[in-house]
Ligand binder design. Structure first.
Ligand SMILES: N[C@@H](CCC(=O)N[C@@H](CS)C(=O)NCC(=O)O)C(=O)O
Length: 307
C-alpha cells in the first residue's frame, strides 16, 4: 500500500506547488506531505531525483515525477475522476500552461522578487535571482523592469477576469486545469506584493473565483518525514513499463545513456532511457541509498543529451 501513495516533496511558500496542491484538492486525494528546504542542499531529496533541485517533486514508491507539468499529467492518468479537463479541454489546456508558466510567470516573479527584495536574505536572492533571470542577474536590472512587468500583469490578469465574467471557473461550471494554472499566480502575487490586495481589487471577478478555488482546498495532506519517504523508495521497485517512441525527433531509444536538465539551467540528471513520448521522458538510475529509481520529466522545458 505504501508503494502506491502520493508523496509530495515541497514547502508551503512555493507557488508552483500551490498549483499542484490545488489539483490534489480538485481530485479529492489523500496524500503525504514531505517538507523540504527552500534552498539547496536538499540531501534527502537528491537520492530520489539524482540532482534535480526544483520544487515540487512527486514520489509514488520508486517512481519520481519532476516538474509540475509531469506531476499533474501523472495525477490525471492515475486519478482520472474528476477530470481536469471538463467539457473536453484536453490539449489546449496544456497550451494555456505555456503562457501562465512562461511569460506570465516571468512578469509575476519580477514583481514578486522586487517586492520581496528589501526583506530577502542575501543567500535567497543569490539563489533565486540567477534561477529566474539567468547568470547575469542583477537586482537593479529587474527593478528597472518593475513597472513594465506590473503593467503586463494587469493586462494578463485582466484576461482571466474577463474569462470569469460569466463563468464560475475558467472552463465553465466545473473547475479544471486552467484554474490551477491561473490561481497559483494570483496567490503568489497576493502573498508577496505589499499592496497586493489593493492591486487585485481592480479585477471584479477574481476575488469570488479565488474563494471558490480556496473552498476546493488541497485534498487531505498527512505529514511524512523525508527519511520515511526515502525508505519507501528503497523498499519499492519502479512500476513504469518500458515504452519506445519510434517517431522521436531526436532519435532517442530505450536503453540510451542520457542526461536531462531544465533549459533554464540546473544540474543534469543522468540515467538510462526507459520510457519516452512527445510529452515525457523517464530514466532509470541506480542510487546507493534508494537502489533503482525511475525519474520522470516533461519534454517541454527540458534538454536531453546522449552521453
Ligand atoms: N518548471 C518547474 C518550475 C518549478 C519552480 O521553479 N519551482 C520553484 C519554487 S515555486 C523552485 O524550484 N525554487 C527553487 C527551489 O525550490 O529550490 C515546475 O513546473 O515544476
Amino acid at each position: 500500500m505504501s508503494g502506491d501513495q502520493v508523496i509530495l516533496h515541497h514547502y508551503p511558500q512555493s507557488p508552483v506547488t500551490e498549483k499542484v496542491r490545488i489539483v490534489l484538492g480538485m481530485k479529492g486525494l489523500t496524500w503525504k506531505s514531505v517538507l523540504i528546504p527552500r534552498l539547496p542542499p536538499k540531501p534527502n531529496l537528491m537520492p530520489l531525483t539524482g540532482g534535480y533541485r526544483l520544487t515540487p517533486v512527486m514520489q509514488i514508491g520508486a517512481d519520481i515525477y519532476c516538474d509540475s507539468k509531469c506531476i499533474i499529467r501523472e495525477l490525471e492518468r492515475r486519478f482520472p475522476d474528476p477530470t481536469l479537463f471538463p467539457g473536453g479541454a484536453e490539449g489546449m489546456a496544456w497550451g494555456v500552461g505555456q503562457w501562465t508558466d512562461g511569460p506570465l510567470f516571468q512578469d509575476v516573479v519580477t514583481v514578486a522578487l522586487v517586492e520581496m527584495s528589501p526583506n530577502m536574505p542575501p543567500e535567497f536572492l543569490a539563489d533565486r535571482g540567477p534561477l529566474y533571470f539567468g547568470p547575469d542577474f542583477s537586482l537593479e536590472d529587474i527593478k528597472a523592469k518593475y513597472t513594465e512587468c506590473l503593467a503586463n500583469v494587469r493586462t494578463q490578469f485582466g484576461w482571466m477576469d474577463e474569462r470569469l465574467e460569466f463563468r464560475d471557473f475558467m472552463l465553465g461550471a466545473e473547475p479544471g486545469l486552467p484554474d490551477a494554472l491561473a490561481y497559483y499566480l494570483v496567490w503568489f502575487l497576493r502573498d508577496r506584493m505589499a499592496e497586493g490586495d489593493r492591486f487585485l481589487r481592480q479585477f471584479e471577478n477574481l476575488a469570488g473565483w479565488e474563494q471558490r478555488i480556496q473552498d476546493i482546498g488541497h485534498g487531505n495532506p498527512e505529514e511524512m518525514s523525508d527519511l520515511e519517504a526515502l525508505d519507501i523508495a528503497k523498499n519499492a521497485d519502479p512500476q513504469t513499463p518500458e515504452q519506445a517512441d519510434p517517431g522521436d525527433p531526436l532519435g532517442l531509444n530505450v536503453g540510451d545513456k542520457i542526461t536531462i536538465e531544465p533549459v533554464t539551467g540546473g544540474p543534469q540528471v543522468a540515467g538510462t532511457l526507459h520510457s519516452l513520448s512527445a510529452n515525457h521522458l523517464a530514466i532509470l538510475r541506480e542510487d546507493e541509498q534508494v537502489r533503482q529509481i525511475c525519474v520522470h520529466f516533461p519534454r517541454m522545458g527540458y534538454r536531453v543529451k546522449r552521453t
